[in-house]
Design a protein around this ligand. Structure first.
Ligand code: ZN
Length: 153
């Protein structure tokens, strides 16, 4: 179990140090801002679509290791997927972290995102991990106000 935990931590650290899809899309079709007041994490997300499919996604912001790694992993997970597929991943991620569903049972849909499962042992950090996903949902829904994790899990 320790080996798995160390592997997961090294993936999180890698995404924190070298976040993937970091930056801003020039021709973004949807953007959203997210803020986690508990930790001070901020994220700005931009998306580009081809029909129902997200063809490009980038994020900017400043946050802790958990929020940055979660944002980075999130961009990899949604790129190339349809809105319906993305909605399923958002739901599964939420189930893993908030409802504490068994990540092994969800792994098929979550893929690499299971590395974030350990965060649920630290309840104050769960919002760091879910911030990117709340922001993603807001971007897909086309909401313009800043999404706060306040009052959300
Ligand atoms: Zn944080």
């Amino acid at each position: 179990m320790t080996d798995i935990r160390e592997l997961y931590q090294s993936v999180i650290l890698d995404h924190y140090k070298r976040p993937r899809n970091f930056g801003k899309l020039e021709n973004a079709e949807r953007t959203a801002e997210g803020f986690n007041p508990l930790c001070g994490d901020r994220i700005s997300l931009s998306l580009r679509f081809d029909g129902e499919r997200v063809v490009d996604v980038r994020f900017e912001g400043s946050g802790c290791a958990i929020s940055t790694a979660s944002s980075s992993l999130m961009t990899q997970a949604v790129k190339g997927r349809s809105r319906t597929e993305i909605q399923a991943v958002i739901d599964q991620f939420h189930r893993m972290l908030v409802d504490e569903a068994d990540p092994d049972a969800l792994a098929a849909d979550l893929g690499k995102l299971v590395v974030m499962a350990g965060v649920r042992e630290y309840p104050v950090r769960v919002k760091c991990a879910t911030l990117a996903w709340h922001t993603l949902r807001a971007a897909l829904e086309g909401k313009l106000e800043t999404v706060s994790t306040e009052g959300r899990e």
